[in-house]
Design a protein around this ligand. Structure first.
Ligand SMILES: Nc1nc2c(ncn2[C@@H]2O[C@H](COP(=O)(O)OP(=O)(O)O)[C@@H](O)[C@H]2O)c(=O)[nH]1
Ligand SMILES: [Mg+2]
Length: 318
């Protein structure tokens, strides 16, 4: 996956939405993804790709989260917030360190994820991809949880249908959080997939590009040191970025905002009555051209193939 991301001279910047209710596990996911690619200090093999933070405040919040886990063995408190996150995905290449792409991550609280909210609209219009967070533990054990998800599912479907209408390259990562709190096995997986069907069937019908991920970021203690066990935590972000890099590599940057500007707000070149006259004129011209072509064809044919006047028969010289 990593290999497909590079071979690009100027890295693109992607904006990713993150949609999910409070407490679903967005901050833990982000800290886990970051920690996984950072590698742990004791590792002899530093990671070949990693996220580099472009904002010192966010960097310090991330460090605070990881330090908190290390010191207390507990998940970070909700007070350490990460809302707008600017990252670069870096890679150790043969000729030094390379930036594969940049991304802006917007963490939007569940209650603000409503297309009637102008701020949310603005973010959606300018985004390239989306992480949808779903609490897997609640999806299996809490029968009311599915109802609370309906609104988020509707927002995701609304985005997916707009994307489909404008034929944009957009990707959705459906991230099922807290999977470590569930019994592993095919029965759980089946139950999760069934409970997700109200979303996935509609995404399938819209031909949306999506993939779901089972996220499990437990806290483990190794030789007295606690840490987020974040194996595979960065997979959703790496998949999203590789999908976007793949599709946007040879294209100018297109988002819903730019497509809507072209189709909805762009004034037509001519007023409707002029357009109708132009259409008539074009049709007449094409008709006349056809007649002229036929005429020229007929002349050309008669020059190259003169009408054969029956000649008097020559006596054959045998
Ligand atoms: N077991 C487990 N619990 C998690 C995981 N991710 C989040 N949590 C729990 O969910 C709580 C809320 O997570 P947080 O990332 O702060 O949610 P946010 O409001 O979406 O940012 C945490 O304090 C943990 O108790 C996970 O991967 N496994
Ligand atoms: Mg949070």
């Amino acid at each position: 996956m990593i290999m497909r991301l590079f071979s690009k001279p100027s890295p693109k910047t992607f904006s990713l939405l993150s949609i999910g209710q409070r407490g679903v596990g967005k901050t833990v996911f982000l800290a886990g993804s970051y920690a996984e690619l950072q590698g742990d200090d004791r590792s002899d093999h530093p990671q070949s790709s990693w996220f580099e933070c472009q904002d010192s405040e966010v960097q310090s919040n991330l460090d605070k989260i990881l330090y908190h886990v290390q010191q207390t063995g507990l998940y970070p408190p909700a007070t350490i917030k990460i809302t707008n996150f600017n990252f670069s995905l870096k890679h150790h290449a043969l000729r030094g360190i390379k930036t594969l792409c940049n991304f802006r991550w917007w963490d939007i609280p569940g209650e603000s994820c409503n297309l009637r909210n102008p701020d949310f609209q603005e973010l959606v219009l300018n985004s390239h991809g989306c992480c949808v967070f779903i609490n897997a533990q609640a999806l299996v054990h809490d029968s009311d949880y599915a109802h609370t998800l309906e609104d988020i599912f509707n927002q995701v479907i609304a985005i997916a249908s707009l994307i489909g209408q404008h034929r944009l390259n957009y990707a959705f990562a459906l991230i099922l959080t807290k999977c470590d709190a569930l019994a592993s096995g095919p029965a759980t997986q089946l139950q999760l997939e069934q409970n997700l069907q109200p979303l996935t069937m509609r995404l399938d019908a819209l031909n949306a590009n999506y993939k779901y991920f089972y996220s499990a970021i437990p806290i483990v203690s190794i030789s007295g040191t606690s840490m987020l066990n974040a194996r595979g935590a960065a997979d959703p972000l790496l998949w999203l970025l590789s999908e976007l890099n793949k599709h946007h590599r040879f294209q100018p940057d297109r988002t819903l905002a730019s497509s809507l500007t072209q189709t909805v707000f762009a004034p037509p070149l001519f007023p409707p009555h002029v357009q109708r006259s132009l259409l008539t004129l074009t049709l007449i011209t094409l008709g006349l051209l056809g007649v002229v072509m036929l005429f020229l064809f007929a002349i050309g044919y008669s020059i190259t193939n003169p009408i054969q006047v029956p000649s008097q028969e020559q006596p054959s010289r045998l």
